[in-house]
Design a protein around this ligand. Structure first.
Ligand code: GLY
Length: 421
């Protein structure tokens, strides 16, 4: 099979690593890719939102399957264009992708189809949003409606900070994504990310992970796109998994199909396990980043047949995926300044043999003219490890972090704390 993989972050490096291990695959082309992905794929320079360019590339390489990594490609309508060209695609249409590309859409969707989620207010102006704050108890949750690269969410107990977040969004900080703001009830409980595949008809659970959203140890500091993950996560008891399947994942697939947009791809259900059962925090219409990294480390089954089955409507023929018993941990090495303005260009050296059970995925790197690896983004490397126990997996990951030369980097040192204490 020839596969075109779209994207350039740690999630896509992990997907490339796993796809490359499939005996079904003869050629992987990734675009725009990153220096780590170059070990597994041919790289091309077509941007993830350049739909005509991606369609042309898919045709040029005679792609049997296009795998969409990021939400921006979904929003740009890549799956729609590929469907018209009859090229199998793992990833939903732009219409189904509204489950991520508009938080206001998703809240209304939950109401329409009876999915449990927190109370909310959709606000079209800063004045409306400021007034709506009075309806919510602190901490306040302020979200830009559209896609903001994981940076459009502010959670704060401070009313003045909440008002600044509202003014920032309406002032253009997130461009068109902040033209509307959603204020949400703060949900008490433990957070978790459950993944489910769908081929338009059949749904299949695809692993549970816990992320760490705040920048610093002890869940302190600003919200980020995710500073580290581990799987399996004890929060996902069999009872919770069953509740998420029946109350959130399957109703979402049924609802979006009833709305005329059958879902093909992976749905990332970010939920809060509250005293009253799981409530939706957000849907994402792709694998999580860095959730995907630990899932790929733990997935024993070949990934490619699952991706293809979603694209071709044959998921009902697939057995449930097999997961390794060994836990996996991912530690994000970020550049100083992230999630604000990260310091760019810092030199990175990764040992040739990073350690037993360890995989280092590139998230935001580039090679300079001399071939030196340098930081080129906020989240720079994802240092992942499996181990016989979660503690050993974490120790291996941190030993690998400590062996990497990246003086401009920082990471959280407490990934997995909820499970390990
Ligand atoms: N780690 C959260 C996300 O991928 O959006």
């Amino acid at each position: 099979m020839n596969i075109l993989l779209v994207g350039s972050g740690g999630r896509e490096h992990a997907l490339a690593w796993k796809i490359a291990a499939s005996p079904l695959v003869t050629r992987i082309v990734a675009t725009p890719g990153n220096p780590g992905m170059a070990e597994h794929c041919e790289l091309r320079g077509v941007a993830a939102t350049d739909v005509p360019g991606l369609l042309q590339l898919a045709r040029e390489i005679a792609a049997d399957l296009v795998v969409i990594g990021p939400e921006t490609s979904v929003e740009a309508g890549l799956a729609d264009a590929l469907a018209e060209a009859a090229i199998p695609c793992f990833g939903p249409t732009a219409q189904a992708g509204q489950l991520e590309s508009s938080k206001a859409f998703t809240k209304a969707f939950c109401d329409r189809h009876g999915l449990p989620t927190g109370a909310y207010a959709i606000c079209e102006t800063a004045a409306e949003a400021r007034a709506s704050l009075a309806r919510f108890a602190p901490p306040y949750v302020i979200k830009a409606d559209g896609l903001a690269a994981g940076k459009g969410v502010v959670v704060t107990p401070d009313l003045a900070e909440a008002q600044v977040a509202i003014d920032d969004a309406f002032g253009g900080r997130f461009g068109a994504a902040g033209a509307r703001v959603v204020i949400e009830e703060f949900l008490e409980g433990e957070i978790g990310s459950l993944f489910a595949l769908c081929d338009g008809k059949t749904a299949m659970l695809f692993g549970g992970v816990q992320d760490h959203k705040r920048a610093f140890d002890g869940d302190k500091g600003p919200n980020t796109g995710g500073m580290g993950t581990y799987s399996p996560a004890p929060v996902f008891t069999p009872q919770l998994v069953e509740q998420v399947r029946t109350r959130l994942a399957e109703p979402a697939f049924a609802g979006i199909a009833r709305d005329g947009a059958p879902y093909r791809g992976v749905l990332f259900v970010e939920l809060m396990a509250t005293r009253n059962g799981p409530k939706l925090v957000e849907f994402n219409v792709r694998f999580g980043d860095p959730e995907c990294q630990v899932l790929m480390l733990r997935l024993e089954s070949d990934l490619v047949p699952y991706l293809l089955a979603c694209a071709t409507g044959t998921l009902a023929d697939m057995p449930p995926p097999v997961w390794r018993d060994e836990p996996a941990v991912c530690v994000v090495l970020a550049a100083e300044g992230y999630p604000g303005t990260p310091r760019a260009g810092g030199e990175i050296r990764i040992p040739d043999t990073p350690g037993e059970g360890v995989a280092v995925f590139h998230a935001g790197t580039r090679r300079d003219e001399a071939g030196v690896l340098r930081a080129a983004g906020g989240r720079v490397l994802n240092v992942c490890a499996r181990g016989p126990t979660l503690r050993e997996a974490r120790d291996r990951a941190y030993a690998a972090v400590d062996a990497i030369h990246f003086p401009d980097g920082f990471c959280r040192r407490d990934i997995g704390w909820r499970a390990l204490g």
